[in-house]
Design a protein around this ligand. Structure first.
Ligand code: GLC
Length: 748
């Protein structure tokens, strides 16, 4: 492996022992890298420095609109590229890295980015589904075990986790995040960053994570992707920013700016929030990368006259890396020559990129992430499939189970699976499925035959996922008539959620709702299995279906995991990370709403309500049933808490059913009177516990004043004295509650 002599001399003088774990580089690490970075920087021409800020897409998937094509191999040779994305496979990654290291003047290695959102070759549940597990340990393990070990054969930067809070199910990318709540979203963001990055980016099973899309991308008006975002500073700081702050506090290596404008300023040129808040207030010193072409898109937003203007704004916002925008490469030199952008601004951006390349160990071994032999071992290993099946099981939510319809007996003789998703494989892996392939996924029919091999399984599609034809209804009903039990497999295709895949009507698409009603009219034991990337309006389904299992898009092992739940090999424990509306007309509808001055009172006219529907959603945040049941008793909350104390709360949870089961014990608070109105409930703690039948566990939580704090009228982060209510339960609606008073000894 040849590398330019200059770089070799720098590397040789770099003793790896200087390098400490890098999650939060300590002074020694920064110092060691700073010396080497300064040495390297002193050798770089302005063109080569600007080249480090340029990120181009390679020969793999195209994940955005291609505006300008470029011979990236030639550009790499000329020192005009600092990183690539979407480069296919370890072998090609090696080839491209070789050009950078052996054919460019300084031989600076490239960073390779890729979207490993929910698995690389073995696909896991979509992130919204994984979040329904509320199992932080499992989430971290998945990110570490499967994503890193698999994709790091070609990837140094995983464009994940997506941490955008989303409260509008019309938005297709709601599938990619952790739902509606800032606390749950923050905890999951931390778990995912830990899983990807570990404690040392140079280790063999870690890669750089990327918290995206900064910021408030999930609040796109009307749920239409890339649409305008406009909101109060308070809502931004209380709802949309916390998961990003959590990721930064967890040491995330990179942040991606979002496509949207925020209150009139495109985020990729938003100096106030990227430079001032992220960099200076939060002390984020990692790499900020634009989203695909989002620097150049400032022109389309009407916020920049041309790419040069856009480049100036993005650099002033301290965006380091231009993903496929072709703005930095072609215009920064002129901006520096004209004194519009300083040489120091360029140097700071280059230093942040070089520092990560050092932390990744790329200067030691630029080919460490192009492991062709190891890539060949990523063949859907049994271990990864087993982890994927376990993750899928945990993601599922039992939404309804009248008369204990579920679990079905394994002794059932004939099973009818009816619905357009019953035999689908490719839809199980959703979008953002990296190197995953539908052919490797287990369909629902296959999973059922694996779990109950002696049963006779009849299948009929009944209808397509889209369209108005009911021509196959009768055939489906005839088949269902022959069966002992009916399983309806309905929902959305994979390409009905994800980027640029928003929907105006979020009921079951096509004629599926009508199909379910016809099947229900047979009065047979029936379960509806939902396949979807967003909350759906299933109110009509819920009126007729005895049982409903939310399976999301559960990945390569979907069919097996669903069958495990349907036939009792796994007791479902998932809880909704996002509200399921009663109707689209309620949207946005979420649990942490305000009380208003006229909360709804039944049969009272002048209250906040609809005359054609309820205020309450169909299923609330945090909701999910089990094959067993749990009771909550003996909620103990001290009557008062001082400003210096920790409030110790306990509650007894009993498994009152016949099944061992897991329960997510959730703790919410309400600050009843404050200088600004507070949500009726806000999630502050949760614990997932396993209880054997008949057993009781006393679950304890500790609250500090920081858990009670918010930005007051003067924008000070304070916990105001006064009365609070603690709510504890298995969802955000049915809870025990106790009041307490926060008193400050030295304040009234
Ligand atoms: C896409 C997405 C972003 C992704 C990037 C690279 O447009 O918005 O989430 O990481 O481009 O594929």
């Amino acid at each position: 492996m040849k590398k330019p002599l200059i770089l070799a001399l720098i590397i040789l003088s770099f003793s790896f022992t200087d390098c400490q774990p890098n999650r939060q580089p300590n002074k020694e690490t920064t110092h060691a890298f700073a010396n080497k970075i300064d040495s390297l920087l002193s050798l770089m021409t302005l063109d080569e420095k600007i080249g480090q800020l340029n990120q181009l897409t390679g020969n793999g998937e195209v994940t955005g609109p291609v505006t300008l094509s470029q011979n990236y191999q030639e550009a790499i040779r000329n020192g005009q590229v600092g990183s690539m994305l979407n480069v296919n496979g370890a072998a090609y990654t090696y080839k491209i890295q070789k050009i950078a290291v052996e054919e460019s003047r300084l031989g600076i290695p490239l960073i390779f980015g890729y979207d490993v959102i929910h698995g690389y070759k073995t696909i896991f549940p979509i992130p919204l589904g994984e979040s329904a597990s509320w199992d932080l340990e499992a989430i971290e393990t998945k990110c570490k075990g499967c994503c890193c070990r698999s994709c790091r054969r070609r990837t140094t930067l995983d464009f994940a986790p997506m941490v955008d809070i989303a409260r509008d199910p019309r938005w297709g990318r709601i599938m990619e995040g952790a739902g509606e709540d800032p606390y749950l979203g923050s905890q999951i963001a931390r778990a995912r960053v830990r899983g990807f990055q570990g404690n040392d980016l140079s280790e063999n099973n870690t890669i750089m994570a990327c918290a995206k899309h900064f910021m408030a991308y999930g609040a796109a008006e009307a749920g239409r992707d890339y649409n305008t975002v406009d909101m109060s500073k308070r809502r931004l700081h209380e709802v949309y920013l916390p998961p990003f702050k959590a990721a930064v506090d967890e040491g995330v290596a990179t942040i991606m700016t979002s496509f949207n404008e925020f209150n009139g300023i495109p985020m990729t040129g938003n100096k106030v929030y990227v430079n001032e808040l992220l960099r200076h207030q939060w002390n984020f010193n990692g790499i900020v990368v634009s989203d695909w072409g989002s620097i150049a898109e400032m022109i389309t937003h009407g916020a920049a006259t041309d790419r040069k203007d856009a480049a100036e704004q993005a650099m002033n916002a301290s965006v380091d890396m231009d993903m496929e925008g072709h703005a930095y490469l072609h215009h920064l030199k002129e901006l520096v020559s004209n004194g519009v952008i300083s040489q120091n601004q360029i140097d700071q951006a280059v230093k942040r990129i070089l520092e990560k390349k050092f932390e990744l160990g790329l200067f030691e071994d630029p080919y460490r992430y192009c492991d062709i032999e190891r890539e060949a071992t990523v063949t859907l290993s049994k271990k990864h499939r087993s982890l994927a099946r376990e993750s899928a099981r945990k993601s599922m939510i039992l939404l309804k189970n009248d008369h204990k319809t579920l679990p079905f007996s394994k002794n059932v003789k004939t099973i009818a699976v009816i619905g357009p998703l019953g035999e689908s494989k490719v839809d199980m892996i959703g979008t953002w499925n990296a190197r995953g392939e539908g052919k490797d996924a287990v369909s629902l029919v296959e999973g059922i035959s694996n779990v109950v091999p002696d049963a006779r399984i009849l299948y009929a599609k009944g209808c397509e996922t889209e369209g108005t034809s009911t021509s196959e209804f009768n055939k489906a009903l005839q088949i269902a008539q022959k069966a002992d039990i009916v399983i309806a497999a309905v929902g959305e295709r994979a390409m009905m959620s994800g980027e640029a895949l928003s929907r105006q009507d979020i009921r079951l698409p096509g004629m599926q709702e009508a199909l379910v009603k016809k099947l229900a009219s047979l009065k047979k034991p029936m379960a509806v299995v939902l396949f979807n990337g967003r909350p759906l309006v299933i109110t009509e389904v819920a009126k007729v279906a005895p049982a409903i299992l939310e399976s999301w898009l559960a990945g390569t092992e979907a069919g097996n995991a669903i069958a495990d739940v349907l036939f009792g090999d796994y007791n479902p424990s998932g809880k909704l990370p996002v509200t399921f509306p009663y109707s689209l007309g309620q949207v946005p509808v979420y649990y942490a709403h305000k009380n208003t001055g006229r909360p709804r009172i039944e049969n009272s006219r002048y209250t906040s309500k609809y005359i054609d529907g309820p205020n309450k959603p169909l299923y609330p945040f945090g909701y999910g049933l089990s094959y067993t049941s749990f009771s909550y008793n003996n909620l103990l909350v001290p009557e008062t808490m001082s400003g210096e104390e920790t409030l110790l709360i306990s509650v007894d949870v009993t498994n009152t059913g016949e099944w061992a089961g897991e329960e997510v014990v959730q703790l919410y608070i309400n600050d009843s009177v404050a200088s600004v109105t507070r949500p009726v409930k806000a999630l502050k703690k949760f614990k997932k516990i396993l209880l054997q039948p008949g057993k009781t566990q006393t679950v304890q939580f500790e609250l500090t004043t920081d858990d009670l704090a918010f930005y007051n009228r003067n924008w000070k982060w304070v916990a105001e004295p006064g009365y609070f209510t603690i709510f504890v339960g298995g969802n955000s609606e049915n809870t025990l509650s106790r009041d307490f008073q926060l008193v400050y000894n030295n304040k009234n």
